[in-house]
Ligand binder design. Sequence first.
Ligand SMILES: [Zn+2]
Length: 351
Amino acid sequence: MAKISFLLKKKFFLFILSLIIIINFPSLSFATESTSFKKKFSATILIYHRFGEDEYPSTNVRIEQFNQHIEKLKSENFNIISLGKVIQAYEKNLSLPEKSITITIDDAFESVYTHAWPILKREGIPFALFISTDTIGHKNYMSWEQIKELLNEGVEIGNHSSSHFHFNELSYEEIEKDVRDAKRKINQKLGLKKQIFSYPFGEYDLKFINIIKKIGFVAALGQQSSVFNETEDLFQIPRFPINEEYGKIDRFDFIINLNSLRVTNIVPQDPNLQHINPPAFGFNVLGESTNLNCFSNTGDEWKKEKLEILEDNRIEVILTKPFSKGRGRINCTRQNSKGEWEWMGKQFYIP
Ligand SMILES: [Zn+2]
């Protein structure tokens, strides 16, 4: 159901790969030193979809990959914490332990129950499962009974809409109705009044965010690749999608060891580029502006963009090409003095 553009993923992977090559050769000590730079609130949130469904590589991880991920997180002492705890810490302005990682799974495919759940349960690993209520009980999806079983075992269940719509295909009234219906149903079936939302396909704009706030959700998650930190928005929480490409162990290792690149005053605020494309994209970066690079994906490939550095570490990214229809991305990276990578990503929607 999560239709991720495989081509975009592939290009993005190549970009990550190039960074991995740069990192791994000059600085082999990077993996062991990476945590000390993290500031008080920082968590890397992962999003999975399918497990052992090898015919869907763009949304799937192979079972042996998933086992490797869990093994790595445990053996390298990552602090795997629940989404609820991360959100609570954000709201209360508390710190998080270093190397904090959160696992989320969207769509509730049956393979979550048959393949991932036994592993996660055995290892005592918390995770959040986001469900689209219309699909529950259908072929290849989990049933309400299975979801209840997970809930009773302490799994967090979140709202992923009723119909898993593309937000541009519905009016805002229809979006509101769809999401309210899902919220009511989840409350009815599972007794969950307080809910967290996950945007279908990770696509949203400011109006959609306002609907989510109005309905009374605690927080909302996207699919833009950034490390969640205190400068990020509670209703645009970033996550790193993991599939067969990103699930390869060296790429997974790279992602889980990324640090936050903290930025403020991002322009444009609305990810919907209906009226201005390419946008005048800019932000203030915390810390040095040296070693900062930004890359855009305006359609089919990643391109390093020219930066204009103004007073107070104001960065303007000079985009030369408009984004193509659909999803567009900008990722900015900075390498610190220890050779560690800091990362910030934004996703745009182009109608
Ligand atoms: Zn989904």
